[in-house]
Design a protein around this ligand. Structure first.
Ligand code: F6P
Length: 548
């Protein structure tokens, strides 16, 4: 069954939220804390190894009640059932959205077109497992009889960002294989990656859901040409495998059927790391760690599916985005992990969140008359404190931020970890409290400054504070906890899409540029100037062609 369609701003709850916003908008978080001694507890959700404190957000328990009422009025419960049960909720592409099926238990039954998809999910997992063992244990040898030492994932977008982020984030758990990622069509990218590789000991994993993507096919072709400069054609089957839904095109590329890891069209590219797209994860971290990642995600799926909305981490988190985006008119959200391991996490989420919810047509085909998708950005703390935090503290924009931290460090260096985490706690407190004029005055008076100098400096040193943050504290970075965290954001994306009444699982917006690039590529190789373009594009193309 299709998802229901209701303009959210026409609901009773939205109207109530609008009036409530008029009361909340000028309230300082400090006042909200002083008027409710139990605030931190009231607005914290503890689940498994997750401690999620929403209390430093510009809400009261009444705000949350109204947001939950909005979710109920828009029948989020019904939408969640459709999502998990394989209904065609990606209606514009006529597909189910079932990345959750990739991490569910073996005994589950989920039907697409009348067929239970779970047996095939487990068949593919078995194939990933067997292949991983053979590569990691050195049983699968390269053509010249040497064990594989390096793997290169060739893919882009969802066929790159998820595996690359997970392998980097979980590098502490890595085995001896060196993992590399080639994505950009920029020829310098793959050249830099392969320049020191030995073709005799390298495995190339070509990942493309459609197997039509220009970047991936160009990189795969160029890398195969480089491989064939030193190896015979017969060696290809030992060194090239592929992940795709498009089995015929993979075979036409020259890859043996046994070397193809299939995926289904009900797995969206940006949600595909749980499928065979995660082959590089399994190879680099070992199959058991890949399985733990999936188990973690499955636990979050169960939490999301079965927990009351008020205690439901992805639901509350998504509703806060609606609150800031649509009422406070905040345009972006920052993701600040306090671990260098999650260096690529914000980049990964940019595709997940912005490709999904960057839409302006509602589920009835009308242009929306409210804001949708937020801009996502971020970098790990403490580095980001020395880069862009100034703007969050004292700039003119409201930027809600998720602070993600871990109680335990992986290498156990307590001294450094305490320093890291004290920065995490201090920043969320500073963003909330700011610094009043009285505090600034008292600080300045302790310095040997004249009254005149003090007066001039005061306005620059005052921090308004009242900057919202959500503190996500997790016991330890493990494959399982990372699986939970990624799934949390996946469900957050889903809830936002339901409330905004948009389709989150297509991405037609990226097509136009791709089509134009194809026709411009032809023109770059013809002597004729095209008159099809505007004068700016025409001049740029001509300048490039004449000077390359
Ligand atoms: O950027 C558009 C997109 O279709 C993404 O959604 C997808 O993850 C990426 O291209 C790669 O697509 P494919 O896996 O089919 O090569």
């Amino acid at each position: 069954m299709a998802l229901k369609s209701t303009n959210p701003i026409q609901t009773e709850s939205w109207k109530q939220l609008q009036s409530h916003f008029e009361i909340i908008k000028s309230k300082h978080l400090k006042t909200l804390f002083s008027s409710n001694a139990n605030r931190a507890n009231d607005l914290t959700i503890k689940w498994e190894d997750f401690y999620v404190d929403f209390s430093k957000n510009r809400i009261t328990t009444e705000t949350l009640d109204l947001l939950l009422q909005l979710a109920n009025e828009l029948d989020l419960k019904d939408a969640i059932s459709k999502y998990f049960e394989g209904d065609i909720i990606n209606a514009t592409e006529g597909r189910a959205v079932l990345h959750t099926a990739l991490r569910t238990s073996k005994g589950a039954a989920i039907f697409v077109d009348g067929e239970n998809v779970i047996p095939e999910v487990y068949e593919v997992k078995e194939k990933i497992k067997t292949f991983t063992y053979a590569i990691v244990n050195g049983e699968h040898k390269g053509y010249t009889g040497k064990a594989i030492t390096d793997i290169v994932n060739i893919g882009i977008g969802g066929s790159d960002l998820g595996p690359a982020m997970v392998v980097d984030s979980l590098q502490y758990y890595k085995n001896h294989l060196n993992a590399h990622f080639v994505s950009n069509v920029d020829g310098d990218h793959h050249r830099e990656v392969i320049k020191n590789l030995n073709p005799e000991t390298t495995l190339f994993v070509i990942v493309s859901k459609t197997f039509t993507t220009q970047e991936t096919l160009s990189n795969a072709n160029s890398i195969r040409d480089w491989f064939l400069e030193s190896q015979p054609e017969a060696a290809v089957s030992k060194h090239f495998v592929a992940v795709s839904t498009n089995i015929e095109s993979v075979k036409a590329f020259g890859i043996d059927e046994v070397n193809i890891f299939p995926m289904k069209d009900w797995v969206g590219g940006r949600f595909s790391l749980w499928s065979a797209v995660g082959l590089s994860i399994s190879l680099a971290l070992g199959y058991e760690n890949f399985e733990s990642l999936l188990n973690g995600a499955h636990k979050m799926d169960e939490h999301f599916k079965t927990t009351d909305f008020k205690d439901n981490i992805p639901v509350v988190s998504a509703l806060l985005t609606i609150w800031y985006n649509n009422f406070f008119k905040a345009e972006s959200e920052a993701i600040i992990p306090y671990t260098q391991y999650l260096n690529q996490f914000a980049t990964y989420l940019q595709q997940g969140i912005m490709e999904s919810n960057g839409k302006s047509i509602d589920r009835d085909g009308n242009t929306v008359n409210y804001q949708t998708g937020t801009l996502i950005w971020g970098e790990p703390g403490t580095n980001s404190q020395h880069a862009f935090f100034q703007l969050i503290h004292q700039g003119t924009k409201l930027i809600p931020a998720d602070f993600i931290g871990f109680v335990e460090s992986l290498h156990g260096n307590r001294d450094h970890h305490d320093k890291l985490m004290s920065n995490y706690f201090a920043q969320t407190e500073a963003l909330m409290n700011g610094k009043t004029e009285a505090e600034v005055l008292s600080e300045l008076k302790k310095q040997s400054l004249s009254e005149n100098e003090i007066e001039k400096l005061v306005p620059f040193k005052v921090f308004e504070g009242n900057k919202p943050t959500t503190s996500i504290l997790i016991q330890k970075l493990t494959p399982e906890s990372l699986g939970k965290l990624i799934a949390m954001y996946e469900h957050k994306i889903f809830v936002q899409g339901i409330i905004w009444n948009i389709y989150s699982y297509d991405q037609f917006g990226v097509e136009l540029g791709k089509q134009l690039a194809k026709s411009i590529l032809k023109e770059l190789n013809s002597a004729e100037n095209s008159s099809k373009h505007d004068s700016s594009t025409q001049n740029l193309v001509a300048f490039y062609r004449d000077n390359r």
